[in-house]
Ligand binder design. Structure first.
Ligand SMILES: [Zn+2]
Ligand SMILES: [Zn+2]
Length: 356
């Protein structure tokens, strides 16, 4: 009995000591961890091949597991970002994809949820990498306006940073974005928009009417391939371009779940919101549409992103995927922020982590 009292007393003193010194203890841990974190080169640890990371798996609607649309692609050691929705920059960094290494951002279209994170991304990439050239913003015609608009909004910020950190750390020539438009592919056509060191990226038309232009992208490297839908209804163009691709990253809006939100808004007399919830049905694909596309194209794996609506209640992921397995017999992942798919070079493997 006396022994237990002694043990409990020692424990109580230990707990009190930890509580009293937790500040200094945390500082000690930080000085041990910081050099490791800051000197790490996470890009070097990514195997050769294509790695896709969802730096944003959601839409404008708030979902704690899904930020604004963003796909980080590492191919042959090069880092690209497809769309930059809100929280893209933070997510990329948190997911081990250094902003200083972003070589180009590709836009699928100019809806706000796909560009909300561009300002933050371009500033942090500039400051983190002491870049001499602005970040390339590649997209269909109109992308130069987006670049100019962000540059204008961030002009004062750039001045402050140069004045404070000096031109060597933040070279003025590297600030902001430079728009690099490509000519819009017509139906049945693809446009090569990047072709360097074995990485080939092609753009193709999708259907997100009345939003024009709107494209999807196909990335090929070392015999592996990924197709990213952007925002679209079920698209025969996409099915043609995605033929036999390893991975299809497809947007989806579960109409049967959005219908519940629509009815609720209507009953509550929120006419404007009810109309928006009804309007969005006609320019997105349902999960079953996406699954039918995956099946028609013969892709090996389907990854859902741009997931609408937010899946906030347990069980909703299953409801979202209702009918998908009947339409497509390949592997399916319901993406969330941080879902990662690796396609190693020289193999047929598809390694997925995160996601449902
Ligand atoms: Zn859109
Ligand atoms: Zn969107």
């Amino acid at each position: 009995m006396r022994r237990w009292v002694f043990v409990l007393a020692v424990l109580a003193i230990a707990v009190a000591l930890v509580a009293a010194f937790r500040g200094p203890l945390a500082m000690g841990a930080m000085s041990v961890m910081a050099p490791r974190i800051m000197s790490a080169n996470p890009m070097a640890e990514i195997p050769d091949g294509i790695q896709v990371t969802l730096c944003g798996a959601g839409s404008p609607l708030p979902d704690p597991q899904r930020s604004g649309p963003c796909v980080g692609v590492v191919a042959g050691g090069h880092l690209f970002v497809i769309d930059a929705g809100s929280a893209s920059a933070r997510n990329l960094q948190g997911m081990g994809l250094p902003l200083s290494d972003v070589e180009a951002v590709f836009l699928t279209h100019f809806h706000s949820d796909h560009i909300d994170g561009l300002g933050e991304l371009s500033v942090l990439r500039w400051v983190a990498g002491a870049h001499q050239d602005p970040l390339a913003l590649i997209g269909p015609p109109g992308v130069e306006d987006i670049a100019e608009g962000f540059n204008r909004a961030y002009r004062a910020d750039a001045r402050f940073r140069v004045a404070h950190h000096g031109e060597e750390v933040v070279p003025p020539s590297g600030k902001g974005l430079v728009g690099r438009p490509f000519s819009m592919p017509t139906s049945g056509q693809e446009v090569v928009v990047w072709d360097r060191e074995g990485v080939r990226i092609t753009a193709f038309q999708v259907d997100h009417q009345p939003v024009e232009p709107a494209v999807g992208y196909r990335i090929d490297y070392a015999g592996r391939s990924v197709v990213i839908s952007g925002d679209t209804v079920r698209s025969p163009e996409l099915e043609r371009v995605a033929e036999n691709a390893d991975l299809l990253v497809h947007e989806a809006l579960a109409a049967h779940l959005v219908a519940i939100m629509h009815a609720t808004a209507k009953e509550a007399g929120m006419e404007g919101r009810a109309k928006v919830l009804n309007d969005i049905l006609d320019y997105h694909a349902t999960p079953v549409d996406a699954a039918e596309s995956a099946s028609a194209a013969g892709v090996d794996h389907l990854l859902f992103y741009h997931v609408v609506p937010p899946l906030l209640v347990p069980g909703l992921p299953a409801a979202f995927l209702q009918g998908v397995s009947a339409a497509y017999d390949g592997d399916v992942t319901l993406g969330r922020d941080g879902t990662r798919v690796l396609l190693p070079a020289g193999s047929d493997d598809i390694e997925v982590s995160g996601g449902t």
